[in-house]
Design a protein around this ligand. Sequence first.
Ligand code: ATP
Length: 304
Amino acid sequence: MTAAHEVPVRGLLRVGVGRPVDLSAIDTRATPGLPPLAVTGPDRKSWAREQVRQLGRDLAEQQEMLYAQAVAGSGTGRRLLLVLQAMDCGGKDGAVRRVAGAMDPLGLHIRAFGPPTAEELDHHFLWRIRRALPPAGYVGVFNRSHYEDVLVVRVDSLAPEEVWRPRYDEINAFESELIDDGFVVIKVFLHISYDEQRERLLSRLTDPTKHWKYHPGDVDARAKWPDYQAAYAEALSRCASERAPWHVVPADRKWYRDWALAHLLREHFVELDLAYPPARFDLGFERARLLAGDGAGPSKVNVG
Ligand code: ATP
């Protein structure tokens, strides 16, 4: 791994456990953990992009080792689950593309959560979440998640408070269960400003190739910005635990968002202390068998 940065960013981005969260006090243009040289340098954006490329190679290797251990039966159910939440235009899709996209798609388990279907509404709110969990050896990515059930559901009064309020405890119990089962749960809130959201919405209107991304409903949600910020603040503070902390990534600058997310993933991978599993067969015997068998292959057999 050749990335110059070695100071863990997770500690800089994580939300304090058992403390209230004040999102308005977190600068959405900040760059926590970025090395000073990169911060003052003339082109920190391309520096960060290059770092993400380098980190991507490392993430791909870590993911392959995770998968290989599961195949070899030595992974003890381990898997990663990245939970991404953000306001509309917060950059979840871009982050998945640029950071998770560095890994082998065959080892990724990406799921997005929109409004629940009629069938999903007939079940407990965690039903559809459980069905979407990554198998052992995979890196799961949730684009939106079970947290919508204490966010949009709360802000839009889709359920009464006596229904959504107990969900904080249910979510904590659920995540704790996942961790007992071998999950590493990485929860990330991509934090953008009200002004940045306006710019991104406007650019979707200006650019014909982005019209498909524009939903008039996003402007209605934007009108409830303070309610959403309050709902996020409570969700982050009620559901930040030592085992499954929340991280707030300042996300107005896309290059910083990707840089921070790539580091967060890498730091969690490193903690797993992964390695390629050893061969479960006699290497020398297999090599000899292959070489001895040469000459009895299909090309010879088919002749005549
Ligand atoms: P993006 O997530 O990038 O904004 P999108 O808006 O196109 O993409 P959709 O498939 O339309 O994605 O679904 C996202 C919408 O679904 C959001 O408005 C979100 O609040 C809503 N949603 C997600 N989960 C729930 C839920 N449990 N209850 C109600 N609405 C939900």
